[in-house]
Design a protein around this ligand. Sequence first.
Ligand code: C5P
Length: 208
Amino acid sequence: MIIAVDGPTASGKGTIAKALAAHYGLPHLDTGLLYRAVGWQVAQHGGDPDDPADALAACEFPAALLAEPRLRDEATGGLASRVSVHAAVRQALYARQRAFALQPGGAVLDGRDIGTVIAPEAEVKLFVTASVAARAERRWREMQQAGAGTTLDQIADDLRRRDARDRERAAAPLTAAPDAVLIDTSALGRAEAIAAAIEAVERIRHTG
Ligand code: C5P
């Protein structure tokens, strides 16, 4: 079974994808991490993330880079969102994601275009959303714990900017596949969001 989990930043899609992978015993790929690695590598090489050639050159990153904790930083997320608009970058990362999706037994992938581009044949497609206010608050709490001094307004502005960039790009924009099940996590806690996702998967598996 291939499970595609798409949605915007901080919607809870990563948490849901990880939990589904554990529940169904499937391998999981956080595809955002690949774009984050490219964004990080461009910056390390002094390149311009908005330049398609610089961004494409950074797609040849060492596998060990995926373990770098700073890939998870907000700043790296911003770089990832800039390199991900280039069609050549998306093409360069396609084969790896596609092979992961097609491995025997299935897989869970989370990202922006899994159900639309990477694995349009996925049996299960979830589109996880939440209001900007709910997502900003979650991100803010995480950052408070990490001791960062960013305000809620700054985080909300950044989320809106990244949403717009992801939704308006020409190459594989963030959009729900027509056959995706929508899960709005705005009013759901972590456990409730996971339960809603498992319920959705079970419904799809049993009704086809
Ligand atoms: O999900 P995450 O916040 O780690 O993704 C970082 C950025 O990578 C996103 O803002 C998006 O622009 C890009 N991305 C993408 N396609 C994916 C996964 C992530 O364009 N499948």
